[in-house]
Design a protein around this ligand. Sequence first.
Ligand code: HAM
Length: 422
Amino acid sequence: MKIQAVRGMQDILPAQKKLYRRVEDAARATLDAYGYQEVGLPLLEQTRLFQRSVGENTDIVAKEMYTFEDRNGDSLTLRPEGTASCVRFGEENGLFFNQMQRLWYSGPMFRHERPQKGRYRQFEQIGVECFGMPGPDIDSELLLLCARIWRKLGIEDQLRLELNSLGNSETRDQFTTHLVEYLSRYLNDLDEESQRRLKTNPLRILDSKDDRTRDILKEAPVLSQFLDDESRQHIDSLCAMLDQSGVSYLINPAIVRGLDYYNRTVFEWVTDNLGAQGTVCGGGRYDGLVSQLGGKDTPAVGFAMGLDRLAMMLPSVDEDSAGLDIFFVSQGGAARAAAVGLAEDLRNALNAKSIQVHCGGGKFKAQLKKADASGASLAIILGEEEVENGTVGVKYLRSRREQITVNQSELAIWCQSHFGKE
Ligand code: HAM
């Protein structure tokens, strides 16, 4: 029996991976432009880190983590998200003391969820975390940064920003008490999941997709009734900043996020074009997390975007094309060796061009077919005659011009001038 990929672990084909690359490039360029610093975080952490930050009663920790004992008997977990790791990292490397930090990371995260379109057990995130800044100015910077990435990708019209404030921990406690009191009156009418959550994580009931539960929620107390003054001022100033910058948003009281560490601002960027998994980016403030994990009180805010979902929103690219500029074809041992050497010379001379040498022999006709499919604009042809004369044939693959002959010694200069004119 052939061995297949593990369920929920995606294979990403070249054409698809190009779309991921576009998202990464747009995000990286934007983060550079705002002065954010990239960091590298390990895929494995102590299990305790997520239990103490994401929260024991969240879906992620209660049922989705890939946790195992390593050879020393330590309980380790494949990271289900990056915020906890980034806090651990910053604390361990002394980055938080009296400092402001704007950091970002990227890579795979692991959650044992039920796989479906847009939801995988291994998925890619780009995460951004800012430390040491308590005001709404940094919240708005992060949202403007996101909006700029969406514009770069041409998907801004498909996304809307939904915002909420969770207030402080008292707000949350008071609201939770009132919510539980209210929902308990309708216990038997709630869906099964919500009945369970009433005991473990009542705020998540606000996320329920069940029609009956949604009906009951219409009359439920709302979190904003319990907001403390400072949190109210914070969200009001944030909204004013967004208004001023022309970023539109919607206040959605149902946004509570699935991780325990948030307070005040929480947000999600949502699309209607991906079916049930429409949240492409989510985040918020987590001012208590650094101290909760043993550090000094450090205000913090961040978000993570899901690359798999964002890539699905982009128009697909040409399946076969490797996106080459120059493709070498050759026949005969001496020609093959010459092609390899000339291709290296061209790589030295034309550093931004992509050049491939056909390997594996075959007739010229078949090789030229491959050259055409590669997307290259030029085929450089070497046979016995060219080797003897010290020349190459240059065939224009994307225009009807006649094939020409160029001296091997002048090929690099010829190519520089050819591509310079393009
Ligand atoms: P999250 O909402 O759990 O937040 O994930 C952020 C994004 O990752 C989601 O909006 C979604 O696009 C993507 N994502 C999550 N789970 C999956 C999945 N199973 N398959 C595909 N994509 C997925 C966090 O992870 C927080 N650490 C964000 C944050 C950073 N908050 C503050 N700083």
